[in-house]
Design a protein around this ligand. Sequence first.
Ligand code: FAD
Length: 293
Amino acid sequence: MSEDLNMLKDHYELAIIGCGPAGMSAALNAKIRNRDFVLLGSEFCSPKLSKAPQVDNWLGFPEIGGEELRQRFLDHVKQKEIPITQFKVTNIYPGPPYTLIGKDQSFEADTVIIATGVTTGKLFPGEAELLGKGVGYCATCDGPLYKNKQVAIISYNQEGEEEANYMADICSKVYYIPYYSGISKLDPRIEVKKGRVQKILGVQMVEQLDLGEEQLSVAGVFILRDTLPAEQLVAGLEMEESSIKVNHKLETNLPGLFAAGDCTGQPYQLIKAAGEGGTAALQAVKYLDNLKS
Ligand SMILES: Cc1cc2nc3c(=O)[nH]c(=O)nc-3n(C[C@H](O)[C@H](O)[C@H](O)COP(=O)(O)OP(=O)(O)OC[C@H]3O[C@@H](n4cnc5c(N)ncnc54)[C@H](O)[C@@H]3O)c2cc1C
């Protein structure tokens, strides 16, 4: 199902970020419209859908389990020969064309659909203020900037361990603050901290991480969530409370940038996510046609 990262091209007409119901539905519609697109996602698409014990509101499939529905979605995407490229987008530079940045790689897209789901939890105090000034979302991307320095990695999943291990080779000290249970393989040089983040402190740059009972002196703080807060993904994106603000065409305030699914707000439902994904793809196709003419 997934595709080798080396297969990524330098440029696409459309990039779809997120492989949940919204992203997969967008991809199906883009495929039917014969567009040059890429569907980007995590290794497991999507954890939320799989966690639904029983879905009662998906038309035509009463009482279907979330995992079964997930498999059906994946089978459908596979049957249409749509690869899912494992690529976590950590930043989008304004466009069009937009530049999508991830670990070790970047590429361009004329239009983008954000279908990244909803972030659970609020930003940490100090996170927004110090973003780009020591706060980041991809340790391996920024690693060399922190050579021989002390950093902290706050991770919501085991993928953070790989990033921490990489940083242990570069940094003088790596603290690891897991927000999940069951650390699997962490380099012994890394110090695990059980405290909970109270605040990220610094004036021009990050200086300290406040864990309540102790303060860590660090130059960098990396926060590795399953889903990045949308407003941190792309600068200038208009939000409404914690959701991406869209109109009925799923357009955001940025030209050629659409959003679909849970990230556009409530209700957090499969049918809304899939419907918005399809609509966003059709609107993106229209946008591309207008660009050409
Ligand atoms: C326990 C539970 C039960 C539920 N039961 C129901 C139900 O019965 N009926 C119902 O209608 N809904 C239900 N839901 C809600 C439903 O699962 C969501 O509304 C739906 O999954 C939203 O789809 P989405 O595509 O917007 O986001 P998601 O399903 O969250 O998918 C987003 C995907 O994007 C990926 N992603 C995120 N950020 C990035 C990035 N930066 N780069 C690349 N990929 C990224 C994520 O890894 C994820 O795979 C339930 C949810 C839960 C948690």
